[in-house]
Design a protein around this ligand. Sequence first.
Ligand code: SAM
Length: 232
Amino acid sequence: MKGARRLRKLLDAMKVLGIDPDDLPPRGVVAEGGWGQLAHVIRTDEPLRDPVDLARFHDYLFETGKAPARELWQRLDPEGPLLDLGGGAGAYSAAFPGEAMLADTPDVLKLAKVHGKLLPLDLLNTARYPGDKGTVLLANVLHLFGEADCRAIVAKAAAALKPNGMLVVKDLDSTTAQGVLFALNMALFTRDGDVHPPEAVRRWMVEADLAEPQRLRLETSPESLVLAARKP
Ligand SMILES: C[S@@+](CC[C@H](N)C(=O)[O-])C[C@H]1O[C@@H](n2cnc3c(N)ncnc32)[C@H](O)[C@@H]1O
């Protein structure tokens, strides 16, 4: 059924929020923008244009990413160089204890707050990512895409590693309340984006010929899923 996947995300979010469908507000009470457009988005099965202010959004991600980035690298003790795919303004590159290459779209790279190497790169339409990396990171990126694109991105990210290098995927955990609510946002604002289940992310990593991923729980970001796997 058209819109069924987006409707499922709404029902999941209502469950998490404890909203009974019979208690929904009457017509005209719901705000016009964002979640107020849910019914329209489900009916048309077309996402809204995200009205995000790019500079403010990346400032916010940079600031909120500082603590998890610091903890992530402290706990993993990674090897360089790092390829930070969809790295935004560079919170994770800035905290990396070694050489880092920040890859994102040209518009976003203009907002980068790191002095390392900047690489304009389209995750979807680039056949190969630059190789020989000790660590490749996908932080808060896979939720923007559907399953087929995620599988392809993870495979190319794994291929960019040198032997014994490590792919790290960090995203929201779909089993947390924050993950469920964020999945509804992705259903509203992206074509196929979703907060993917931990098992799906694990499977993409194993299918990319990486060793069994290890799960890390970040004290600074308990709502996150972090999986790290090495290239044999
Ligand atoms: C939610 S942000 C995460 C930024 C950063 N990794 C962090 O965790 O703070 C997602 C990033 O993916 C980038 N991105 C989305 N689609 C992309 C594409 N096709 N190619 C390259 N980067 C892309 C966006 O520009 C954005 O910087």
